[in-house]
Design a protein around this ligand. Structure first.
Ligand code: CA
Ligand code: CA
Length: 136
């Protein structure tokens, strides 16, 4: 009886801790407010989960689906947004330059306009977070 009570308390603590944890980018899980970028079309192959704007993919590698040592720059073929508030814009060049494509709120793109070319992205924040290049 005593052991069961301890186990139950431990389980409750674990569950409580898990429930309290917030979404984290680069943990390999596509969560609310994130956008997941996939190596292949139709959300295929490896992916990376972003929660914030990223001006340069040069230091990024896949967080899910294997290939943790493969860089994601110029390898995006599909995109799945889990953000239910803001749109996300993807750019062919780093630092939000060059041709671009906008992904709608909570939208999924099985193919992208500029296959294997994206190098940065930012959220349309409506001007509230200070990313001025992303107020569109
Ligand atoms: Ca995540
Ligand atoms: Ca980066």
């Amino acid at each position: 009886m005593r052991t069961s009570a301890v186990l139950a308390a431990t389980a409750a603590l674990v569950l409580g801790g898990s429930g309290a944890a917030s979404a984290a980018q680069f943990n390999g899980i596509c969560e609310s407010k994130e956008v997941c970028i996939y190596r292949n079309t139709y959300l295929g192959g490896a992916w990376i989960d972003h929660q914030y704007a990223d001006p340069n993919y040069i230091n990024n590698t896949y967080t899910g689906g294997g290939y943790p040592d493969v860089g994601t720059n110029d390898r995006t073929s599909s995109i799945d947004s889990w953000d239910q508030t803001w749109k996300v814009r993807f750019f062919v060049d780093a630092y939000y330059g060059g041709p671009r494509q906008t992904v709608g709120v909570y939208a999924r793109l099985n193919t992208v306009e500029y296959n294997d070319q994206y190098s940065s992205h930012c959220w349309n924040d409506g001007g509230v977070s200070g990313y001025s290049q992303c107020s569109f």
